[in-house]
Write a protein that binds this ligand. Structure first.
Ligand code: HEC
Length: 164
């Protein structure tokens, strides 16, 4: 009886081992195929290079153009990070007037004097100058906030130049 059980178990183990080995084989086959594909794609690149030198040259030019643009973007990003605004401006105003006051949905604020900006803000807040958006935004702001915003925005121009 025991012998039968042992024979049964070892039989089962053998089957399991065979299945396992077969699976490994399939995996190995897949890997081989992937390797072949990689090998093929490696081969195709030098062929394209030698038979189409003009096209390749163009590609290289495009690449350097891309590199230039990337460099410009990086420089811009650098400038932007050097350009810091107060949380008050960033949270309430930047979405419409741009992170540096350059305008977007709202008009460009760059180049305006502190007095001009403050007057505009006061007029929006009092309703003398009618704009629903600006009125809603400013209705909860204190006079000090308006003053500090006006002061900050009026300095954007110089800050931008300093960052460039
Ligand atoms: C949802 C968009 C939006 C947000 C946010 C916003 N504005 Fe405006 N802002 C406008 C629009 C639109 C105008 C033009 C209104 C008009 O001229 O009648 C404007 C006009 C202005 C003007 C007058 C500009 C000019 O040329 O006379 C100032 C100054 C200004 N906003 C400052 C701010 C400040 C400071 C904040 C943050 C507290 C702010 N804005 C937030 C949309 C926005």
């Amino acid at each position: 009886m025991i012998r039968h059980i042992i024979a049964l178990i070892s039989g089962a183990l053998t089957v399991a081992a065979i299945v396992y080995m077969a699976k490994l084989d399939i995996e190995a086959e897949k890997l081989k195929k992937i390797e072949e594909i990689i090998e093929k794609s490696k081969l195709e690149v030098p062929v394209a290079k030698t038979t189409q030198p003009i096209q390749q040259q163009q590609e290289e030019e495009e690449e350097s153009e891309e590199e230039k643009q990337l460099k410009m973007l990086k420089e811009k990003a650098g400038n932007m990070s050097a350009f810091e605004v107060s949380p008050l401006y960033r949270r309430n105003c930047a979405s419409c007037h741009g992170v540096n006051g350059n305008g977007a949905v709202g008009p460009k604020l760059l180049g305006k004097s502190k007095d001009e900006i403050l007057q505009a803000l006061k007029d929006f807040k009092s309703g003398k100058r009618k704009n629903y958006v600006m009125y809603g935004l400013l209705s909860n702001m204190k006079e000090e906030d308006l003053i500090s915003l006006a002061e900050e925005i009026s300095q954007f121009d110089e800050k931008l130049k300093a960052a460039q």
